[in-house]
Design a protein around this ligand. Structure first.
Ligand SMILES: Nc1nc2c(ncn2[C@@H]2O[C@H](COP(=O)(O)OP(=O)(O)OP(=O)(O)O)[C@@H](O)[C@H]2O)c(=O)[nH]1
Ligand SMILES: Nc1nc2c(ncn2[C@@H]2O[C@H](COP(=O)(O)OP(=O)(O)OP(=O)(O)O)[C@@H](O)[C@H]2O)c(=O)[nH]1
Ligand SMILES: [Mg+2]
Ligand SMILES: [Mg+2]
Lengths: 291, 282
């Protein structure tokens, strides 16, 4: 782990005399490398390490008996703060019905997460409705239909081929069904697909969702910043959900996305089953990134 | 990137950044930078304009195994050949199978059979059914929740009896950290080989092109239970570069067979190492 690595480096250095400022600066290389190996974006890692170095130089690191451990503690605290501090339940503002719009790249876990959020809020006493707005992927509508049925949540399936129209129709229908939470599942798309991004803008403009959740796969690498910036520029999303955290990817993409968009991570997908969702814990991800 | 200056640390830093942001990984980026430094020291690289060419040559030289040397399929009439398609959740397996069916039917004139061995995920069988209809090939399926190995077995029997050239098996996405799911995959492969010990089974690991360093972990684990023969890297029509294949090649010598460039049946390109390296510096 990074902690072990830094400890052994400083042990050697201390054996040679007092820890110097240069020693601390040099140790930043190991921190940067650990972050890159954890998939933190190149520029984000550089900026982050600079922050850490400023902190480390201003503290008792040089006089500490365990300088390596102290530096790692500083890194962990900085990471946790950047990732959102203490995990917090967030609540919807304004009157019902509240709307959540799921967006993101292909295969990131939007459809599954839509169902997970529906169950999560149903357990909290809300009356959710799922909206199948992916008309492109083969059997996408069927997939959401099956998931909705398994948790007794109604799934709106329009007879239109146009996702914008489907979402409009769904909102009208939700009033009849007295649903107080509408979750729009949209098709996966590339941030460089202008037409598909335009479609999302149209849906967001018409529905004015309370929350637009950018769904990101926890195993995403350096490209995370590109898609996050593009989706944020176009949609000004309100939050991020991180999926497949039940794997062993370090999850550095989450730090990158937070650093470049400033938007909070709200939920974590921790499995394939519909109940495998939890509130995001920044400190847990910080430990995971550090390895 | 434009290189209109002398080769100095600043230039090498820019190259390091380009490599790392392509998901090549720190170790390989450092290795390539060291090679460039050595060339400069030996005076074999002087002009900064030449550095890009030198880098491309180094990338090709370090990883020749990336380009599949033998044919992708058994050409000696050893039919049916089997493509076992595996990978983590959402990487693009089912879509890739649709594209492979299109490719082998239309470009290679093969008789293809598909097997829907993802019996777990909602509408997985329906999804593959659409692809079978789209590309005009038969599909063997079981019931949702059924045993995938049993479906695989039935599909192999059907492929043998009906004289198919190629059987392509779709499996459920699975994280390589889930031991029971990885064992299920091992069992699928064993069932096929038990039925016909000399069966040509080419295991294709489908990797999402946006994946970071975790791809190496995935490749190691999937290789451990199903002997990965080749990679397909999907979603390279986005901005991701797919640089993780270099580490996988270095560690496991697994070649890349195809890259996925979109969501339609024709969006599959046979891998070319020079073209792939070119794409890094676009
Ligand atoms: N292990 C694990 N698998 C997940 C998680 N979330 C989603 N998945 C799986 O990831 C795969 C893709 O999920 P989908 O919900 O279809 O993804 P999507 O974003 O809707 O995909 P598109 O609509 O094609 O863009 C499926 O196999 C899911 O079961 C998670 O938190 N953990
Ligand atoms: N842009 C792009 N999208 C792709 C590509 N390959 C697959 N996709 C999309 O990625 C999403 C997931 O594809 P699937 O084929 O369902 O992936 P999978 O690996 O079978 O997923 P699971 O079975 O749930 O593990 C779908 O929206 C596909 O259309 C590609 O090369 N480019
Ligand atoms: Mg979906
Ligand atoms: Mg699939």
């Amino acid at each position: 782990t990074l902690s072990d690595r830094l400890e052994s480096i400083f042990k050697t250095l201390r054996g040679q005399g007092k820890i110097t400022e240069q020693n601390i600066k040099d140790s930043m290389r190991d921190i940067r490398r650990a972050l890159l190996e954890a998939d933190v974006n190149y520029k984000v890692a550089k900026d982050f390490v600079q922050k850490v170095m400023d902190r480390a130089l201003g503290t008792e690191v040089q006089n500490s008996i365990t300088p390596g451990q102290l530096i790692v503690k500083i890194v962990h605290n900085e990471l946790t703060a950047l990732l959102g501090g203490t995990s917090s339940e967030f609540s919807f503002i304004g009157p019902a019905p509240h709307k959540i719009m799921m967006v993101g790249l292909q295969g990131s876990g939007k459809t599954t997460m839509s169902a997970k959020l529906a169950l999560y809020y149903r357990k909290k006493g809300k009356r959710p409705m799922l909206v199948a707005a992916d008309v492109y992927r083969p059997a996408a509508i069927k997939q959401l239909e099956i998931l909705g049925k398994s948790i007794q949540v109604p799934v709106f399936i329009g007879d239109q081929k146009n996702p914008v129209a489907i979402c409009r129709e769904a909102t009208g229908q939700s009033e009849k069904e007295a649903c107080d939470l509408i979750i729009f599942d949209t098709a996966g798309r590339l941030h460089v697909d202008a037409e598909m991004m335009r479609e999302l803008e149209k849906i967001a403009a018409a529905e004015k969702p309370n929350e637009i959740f950018f769904t990101a796969d926890a195993m995403t690498g350096q490209d995370a910043v590109n898609s996050a910036i593009a989706f944020n520029d176009r949609l000004n999303f309100t939050g991020v959900v991180l999926t497949k955290l039940d794997g062993d990817s370090r999850g550095g993409a989450a730090l990158s996305i937070l650093a470049v968009t400033g938007k909070p991570v709200r939920f974590a997908g921790i499995g394939e089953k519909i109940d495998q969702i939890e509130l995001f814990h920044p400190d847990r991800l910080a430990s995971r990134i550090l390895g | 990137i434009t290189f209109r200056k002398r080769i100095d640390d600043n230039l090498l830093d820019k190259i390091e950044e380009a490599l790392i942001t392509s998901d090549v990984g720190v170790e390989i980026a450092v290795q390539l930078i060291e090679r460039l430094k050595a060339l400069v020291a030996e005076n074999r690289l002087v002009e900064s304009d030449a550095i890009l060419e030198a880098l491309k040559n180094e990338m090709a030289a370090l990883f020749p195994a990336l380009q599949e040397k033998e044919g992708f399929l058994p050409e000696n009439g050893r039919v049916p050949g089997v493509l076992l398609v595996v990978g983590v959740n959402g990487s693009g397996k089912t879509t890739t199978i649709g594209k492979l069916a299109r490719y082998f039917i239309r470009e290679r004139g093969k008789k293809v059979l598909l097997a829907a061995c993802d019996t777990f995920r909602a509408a997985a069988i329906e999804q593959l059914t659409v692809w079978a209809e789209r590309t005009g090939c038969e599909l063997i399926k079981g019931v949702p929740g059924g045993d995938p190995a049993a479906v695989a077995f039935d599909a192999l029997v059907a492929a043998i009896n009906r004289g198919h050239d190629l059987l392509i098996i779709d499996t459920a996405g699975r994280l390589h950290t889930k031991v029971n799911l990885m064992e299920e995959l091992r069992k699928i492969r064993q069932v096929l080989l038990k039925k016909r010990p000399d069966l040509f089974v080419h295991t294709l690991l489908v990797l999402d092109g946006t994946t970071g360093q975790n791809a190496l972990m995935q490749a190691r684990e999937f290789n451990g239970v199903s002997d990965v023969s080749g990679l397909v890297v999907t979603k390279l029509d986005g901005t991701a570069k797919g640089g993780i294949v270099f580490s996988i090649c270095k560690d496991l010598s697994i070649p890349v067979d195809f890259i996925g460039t979109g969501e339609g049946p024709d969006d599959l390109v046979p891998f070319s190492l020079p073209a792939f390296i070119e794409s890094f510096f676009k």
